[in-house]
Ligand binder design. Structure first.
Ligand SMILES: Nc1ncnc2c1ncn2[C@@H]1O[C@H](COP(=O)(O)OP(=O)(O)OP(=O)(O)O)[C@@H](O)[C@H]1O
Ligand SMILES: [Mg+2]
Length: 228
């Protein structure tokens, strides 16, 4: 499956935030998208998922126009996203959150044992009472353990302890091995370097760099763009 964005524009109440983004992601690859705070990364996620209308440009899924599709239709077609904040229904239990993502009770242990093991057996705990890191891991599990073809992850490692960054990295890597595509929006450059097949750098709502990860100059360009 392949998702293409061409000259994508979107914004909030007439104030533009994306100024013509063109990019693509396909099955079997991990694309790391990086950029400083406020450049439009989360806005892009919302636009790709249909939560924010496209004001100009086009979105294609396997060459089919989906620019005006409802989010639910995109999810049914195989697109999935994890959000930077509040990825779970806070008032529902861990088990109920998993059920809403399609995991029946008898399939839940298999997910919880891996994301990470400390979540095992905690189906009846209210999701809002999990720690911030546990909530991030569970929200990532909900996306990565479904059969979605393309998964967009908005800063999934923000606030995670280093060992969980590694665990999550392994799961993202496994998703690619299973033939899924992942658009990984990530500030944790070490993880992006470990996983990415390609890099995209966004500045002020535009793509300013796009290169394969083995391009010898990409690391220097990313550091310069991010001022790190
Ligand atoms: N709901 C909103 N209403 C109005 N403006 C918004 C809204 N959400 C985001 N913006 C603006 O759109 C621009 C892009 O924000 P966005 O959240 O996409 O950035 P980001 O790259 O995800 O940043 P971060 O790294 O901090 O997560 C910012 O100028 C922001 O203030
Ligand atoms: Mg963001």
């Amino acid at each position: 499956m392949r998702l293409n964005a061409t000259n994508l524009h979107a914004g909030y109440g007439g104030v533009p935030a994306l100024h013509g983004i063109s990019m693509e992601i396909q099955s079997g690859e991990i694309v790391a998208l990086v950029g400083r705070n406020g450049v439009g990364k989360t806005t892009l996620v919302k636009t790709l998922m249909g939560l924010l209308p496209v004001t100009d440009g086009e979105l294609l899924l396997d060459d089919q126009p989906i620019t005006n599709w409802a989010p639910s239709k995109r999810v049914r077609a195989g697109l999935r996203a994890t959000f930077q904040e509040k990825g779970l229904f806070q008032e529902l239990t861990v088990g109920e959150n998993l059920r809403l993502n399609g995991f029946e009770p008898n399939a839940q242990d298999a997910v919880l044992e891996q994301f990470p093991k400390s979540l095992s057996g905690r189906q009846s705990q209210r999701a809002g009472t999990l720690s911030g890191g546990e909530q991030k891991m569970l929200a990532a599990a909900c996306a990565l353990k479904t059969d979605a073809s393309l998964i967009i992850m908005d800063e999934p490692t923000e606030g995670l302890q280093p060992s969980n960054v590694e665990v999550l990295g392994d799961h993202i890597d496994n998703a690619r091995s299973a033939g899924r595509g992942v658009l990984l929006i990530e500030q944790h450059i070490a993880l992006a370097n470990r996983l990415a097949d390609r890099f995209i750098v966004v500045e002020k709502g535009r793509v300013v760099e796009a290169s394969p990860a083995d391009d010898p100059t990409i690391q220097t360009r990313i550091k310069k763009r991010l001022a790190i």
